[in-house]
Design a protein around this ligand. Sequence first.
Ligand code: SF4
Ligand code: SF4
Length: 334
Amino acid sequence: MYKVLPKTDLPKLIGRWMEQATVYAPVRQGDFTKFEPLSDPAQADLYYAANTRYPPKSLFLPQSEVMFRVKDGEFESTEDEVSSRVILGIHSCDTRALQLLDGVFLTGDYQDPYWAKKREQTTLVVLGCADPCETCFCTSVGSGPFDKRGADVMLIDIGDEYVADVRNEKGQALFGHLPDASRKQIDKSRQVQAAAAAGMKKPFETEGIKDKLYSLFDSDFWPKIQQSCLGCGACTFLCPTCYCFDIVDEAQRNERVRNWDTCMFRIYSQEASGHNPRPTNTERVRQRIMHKYAYFVELYDEIGCTGCGRCVRYCPVDLDIRQIIRSAQAWEES
Ligand code: SF4
Ligand code: SF4
């Protein structure tokens, strides 16, 4: 179902959603944007820069999350402390990341109730990328700037209006009352989508990457590419598909808390005996890359990277995952 929304009507529509739900959208913070709950529809900044600096995964896996607390000798779970939410302006790469993480948090017997509840309570209004930035590479990892998988609604900017591709009941609840898009508007939205994908850089080759990386496990490739890495962890904390966490009991607060962690830190893999199976940057950089392009493929049959480009943009020493994959594909042991 295709609906049409004049851009000038968006604030009014957001205001309507805000009466029933918490609405998150990119909000300007200095020289970047971040998903924040809106107190005024005018705060939504859908077009500043290419993507938010922080991915919206923190709305589902907070950087620090109380799992339960003990009150008067009783356990009090926090998993129900989330009500109806709308995320407006999320891009396809971050929506795909949530789908990939569903594989981690909602698989078989391992259902994470905190993740499940937030996913259930959230409607995703995706804004397709008409003008992907130079560091984006979604088309190299099986996706694209208008990938609709996981979207409840996909907005396509056709100038003065959005065409809203309403994908399911959740989307219909937000957009169902709007007028239908005309044939001309739908055709224009298709042209915008085709032009965006065509304008992206030529995708790099990921065919056979899992086996290639396994074959390089003990090679000289990793010591060579890790040389400039500072082990700062920025690439993992800003990555929409990284999900490592640690669980601690905060005794003074009577709370059990899970906090983001990262395989790029030396202490992450250190065992109680003092032994560390990933003692240097070589093993840690290898772990990060292999997790996304080999282990994730092995487990879920998907590349665990959505090509959002954040690790490329924000690595302080310009370690570029696209170049690492290209180099791995070309590497021959001497
Ligand atoms: S952001 Fe760059 S320097 Fe920091 S850990 Fe990641 S690859 Fe290394
Ligand atoms: S590895 Fe880099 S490009 Fe891929 S999803 Fe994570 S931050 Fe984005």
